[in-house]
Design a protein around this ligand. Structure first.
Ligand SMILES: O=P(O)(O)OC[C@H]1O[C@H](OP(=O)(O)OP(=O)(O)O)[C@H](O)[C@@H]1O
Ligand SMILES: O=c1cc[nH]c(=O)[nH]1
Ligand SMILES: [Mg+2]
Length: 209
């Protein structure tokens, strides 16, 4: 069964309040999403393996821990997931970035696939899928299915805001995928938007309608 980690660090909650505020413009919105993503990266990498290495300080030789060299891929779900990539890369600079293009049909709420480009060695990487919003869960579930079809095995999902419906859907569809999320909100409205949520993440990041 998936582990769902709610990352309710005070800094994240504080920044999330500004992100939700309808008066926050695109520039500040993008900066905040990037900063929150850096903080989420800290949590999602918490159980990465380390190995012992020997280094020499100016005083003496000593043994230290470093990351065990397993490779990482960050995979944003376009478009809104792009807003989380730079923050993640600040913390995991050696990661490769794959892209999955999906949009949610406004009427049916079903995800529609339009792009997929992944690192060739995706099967060997720890994959971190990023998307600010987990509403019905359909887009994230489809993205993860696309990844698995192309060989990905070790997958984590990082979102900023989700709904109880989305959490249920993704954990049932992909019980092997752990989920990291800053807030699980109240519900979905009749248009499939998260309440209270933040509105349309892609539109707010990129200034479109
Ligand atoms: O959980 P779901 O019900 O599938 O909804 C969530 C999806 O909706 C948004 O993308 P959107 O379709 O608005 O595309 P965009 O990022 O290009 O705006 C969001 O970024 C997720 O990908
Ligand atoms: O609330 C929502 C639901 C789906 N996509 C968004 O960007 N926001
Ligand atoms: Mg959108």
């Amino acid at each position: 069964m998936s582990k769902v980690t709610q990352v309710s660090h005070p800094l994240i909650l504080h920044k999330l309040a500004y992100v939700r505020d309808k008066n926050t413009g695109s520039k500040y919105f993008r900066e905040l999403v990037e900063e929150i993503s850096m903080l989420m990266a800290y949590e999602v990498t918490r159980n990465f393996d380390t190995e012992e290495v020997e280094i020499e300080t100016p005083i003496c030789k000593t043994k230290c821990k470093m990351l065990a060299g397993k490779k990482t891929a960050i995979v944003p779900i376009l478009r809104a997931g792009l807003g989380m990539v730079d923050g993640m890369l600040r913390i995991i600079p050696a990661a490769k970035v794959g892209h999955i293009g999906l949009y949610r049909d406004e009427k049916t709420l079903q995800p529609v696939e339009y792009f997929c480009k992944l690192p060739q060695d995706i099967a060997e990487r720890d994959v971190i899928v990023v998307d600010p919003m987990l509403a019905t869960g359909g887009s994230a579930a489809d993205a993860i299915t696309m990844l698995k079809k192309r060989g990905a095995i070790n997958i984590r999902l990082v979102c900023l805001i989700g709904s109880p419906e989305g959490i249920k859907y993704i954990t049932e569809a992909h019980p092997d995928v752990d989920v990291y999320i800053a807030s699980i909100d109240e519900k979905l409205n009749e248009n499939g938007y998260i309440v209270p949520g933040l509105g349309d993440a892609g539109d707010r990041l990129f200034g479109t309608k």
